[in-house]
Design a protein around this ligand. Structure first.
Ligand SMILES: *[C@@H]1O[C@H](CO)[C@@H](O)[C@H](O)[C@H]1NC(C)=O
Ligand SMILES: *[C@@H]1O[C@H](CO)[C@@H](O)[C@H](O)[C@H]1NC(C)=O
Length: 158
């Protein structure tokens, strides 16, 4: 319930026209790869984050200070120092690493988690809640069409 309330609050607070991605906090622990599959089946993908404002929105949804969750960022398997987004976004050049992160631990941590203080690389086999996103088409859809998407989304969550 609390999650859904926040969901609406965040959309309307930002003003609808500014929202292109809606983020959903899935409070079910999964490995990064399983979380990715879940997001691709039910929404668009694991969350991509492209600004400080968007990052804050996710951090707010995390609730308690020590809660962690997967986001869509992971290491390029061939160029290990390069971090890329699960949805293939190559334009977003935004990072919110915590200090001393990514620490790599001999670059064996290939996936990225978020908490209230920033991002860190983490072992993909750890199980965490995660963030999925859903895109709202602000150019070509009316408010009513996007409302319908949001309504069905909330129904799915409930
Ligand atoms: C990883 O990096 C290489 C070299 O830059 C690139 O060719 C490849 O497409 C990247 N992999 C992914 C999944 O983006
Ligand atoms: C909106 O529709 C036009 C015309 O069909 C298309 O060219 C454009 O890519 C669409 N924009 C988005 C954001 O989907």
């Amino acid at each position: 319930m609390e999650k859904i309330f926040l969901f609406f609050l965040l959309i309307f607070h930002g003003g609808f026209s500014a929202v292109t991605r809606v983020h959903i906090h899935v409070n079910e622990k999964k490995r990064w790869g399983e979380a990715q599959m879940y997001c691709r089946q039910n929404y668009n993908d694991l969350s991509t984050i492209s600004s400080t404002e968007e990052n804050l929105r996710l951090q707010t949804m995390l609730g308690a200070i020590d809660n962690h969750a997967w986001i869509g960022m992971y290491r390029n398997g061939t160029v290990l120092d390069q971090f890329i987004w699960s949805d293939g976004d190559l334009k977003t050049n935004f990072y919110q690493w915590k200090s001393e992160q990514p620490d790599g631990k001999s670059r064996s941590q290939h996936c990225v988690e978020i908490d209230r203080t920033g991002w860190a690389d983490y072992g993909c086999d750890e199980v965490l809640p995660f963030f999925c996103y859903l895109t709202l088409d602000r150019d070509n859809k009316t408010w009513e069409e996007n409302s319908a998407v949001i309504t069905s989304l909330v129904r799915n969550i409930m």
